[in-house]
Design a protein around this ligand. Structure first.
Ligand SMILES: [Zn+2]
Length: 375
């Protein structure tokens, strides 16, 4: 910018200077104005004064700060080009490149908006607790951590304890907008699997459960932080199911989805809908229609995803039929869907770790749910 202005200054002033020097040299040589050139005197005087003016101008220009030079000299040749406008601005902030207007890539929801990086950090906090299968220290620690997080963010916490084959299980509910309208359940399981039976040779190792366990809990807690409840005409329950993931020998004799079955059989209120979030947040996220989900509700959520530009992740063809925590509610006639990415090569392996996940993928799921609830 500065170079451009200097170049223009020289181009502008040099012809004037040259005329002045020629005129002055002529005067010195002749010692006086010739009589026959008297009629030229006014022009000569004018040129001499112009020369003096130019010299004074150049002296002043050379001693002034560079930015001021650019400003004063570029003013006479101001052109309506954006470049020139920026070059002639004297303030330092104007010299720096203009900040690009942010392109809205995320939906306009309420005041606060789901943040994928926050959600990913919430996954990390869980995996830092180690394995979180029923009976482990991590499982007990996780229960308190979920409840504490909900309380801190102003949600009412209700714990639903029940016996499952001699184990004291516990579903955890975070409730907001209590009594405002028909409840909507947003759900996930929080327990992890005790055995990595998909890891050949390491079957007896526990699953850390970044995606399978960690992702759903993280999405729910980030929603707890970011939902603008005044925009929502329903009671909201964030439901953290226990004892989901230890069927088929995860823990000897246990079945799948025991927590959600207990919940669905012991409802104090019938939810208007249930959205289940399970195994989301993989780097290459692919969320297909799921066969046991309510088709209408599913289409509604997937349409929002398409509108937000997530059609590559939310795919409108059916691929799997899942036995998951939405099924006991669907069996009661409650519209329920499962947002799940079952094309996960590390499912029930020791490699279900956070390096397989991305903040962007978590944000896609969170923002679709947030948008659906707030509109
Ligand atoms: Zn699982």
């Amino acid at each position: 910018m500065k170079n451009l202005a200097t170049k223009r200054r020289l181009k502008f002033s040099l012809p004037v200077l040259r005329n002045g020097v020629e005129e002055r040299a002529w005067c010195v040589m002749r010692g006086a104005y010739p009589k026959n050139l008297t009629h030229h005197a006014p022009r000569t005087t004018f040129n001499f004064l112009l020369l003096c003016g130019v010299i004074l101008f150049l002296l002043a220009a050379c001693s002034a700060p560079p930015v001021a030079v650019a400003t004063s000299t570029s003013q006479p040749i101001t052109e309506p080009s954006p470049t020139n406008t920026v070059a002639s601005e004297p303030s330092p902030t104007a010299i720096t490149p203009p900040t690009a207007t942010p392109v809205p890539t995320e939906p306009v929801t309420g005041e606060t908006q789901f943040d994928g990086a926050n959600a990913l950090a919430l996954v990390a906090e869980q995996t830092d607790m180690g394995a979180r299968y029923p009976g482990s220290a991590g499982h007990l620690q996780l229960r308190e951590w979920i409840a504490d997080n909900l309380t801190e963010m102003g949600w009412e916490v209700v714990r639903e304890e029940f016996d499952y084959l001699g184990f004291t299980a516990q579903n955890i509910y975070g409730i907001a907008n209590a009594g405002k309208g028909a409840p909507i359940f947003i759900a996930a399981h929080y327990d992890t699997r005790a055995r990595a039976d998909q890891s050949s040779g390491q079957e007896d190792m526990p699953v850390i459960g970044a995606v399978d366990g960690g992702s759903g809990v993280a999405v729910l807690l980030e929603l707890a932080r970011t939902l603008d409840l005044e925009l929502i005409e329903n009671e909201i329950r964030l439901v953290f199911f226990d004892v989901e993931d230890n069927g088929s020998g995860g823990i000897a004799g246990w079945d799948w989805i025991a927590g959600s079955r207990f919940s669905a059989e012991n409802l104090d209120t019938i939810p208007q809908a249930l959205i289940l979030v399970d195994m989301v947040g993989q780097i290459d996220q692919e969320l297909y229609f799921e066969g046991n989900s309510d088709p209408e509700l599913q289409a509604e959520l997937w349409q929002i995803a398409a509108d937000l530009g997530y059609a590559d992740s939310f795919i409108t063809t059916q691929k799997y039929n899942m036995i998951d925590d939405h099924v006991p509610f669907a069996q009661r006639g409650i519209p329920a869907i499962d947002i799940i990415d079952f094309d996960y090569p590390y499912w029930h392996t020791v490699e279900d770790t956070i390096d397989k996940m991305s903040a962007e993928s978590l944000a896609e799921v969170g923002l679709v749910i947030e948008f659906w609830l707030e509109h």
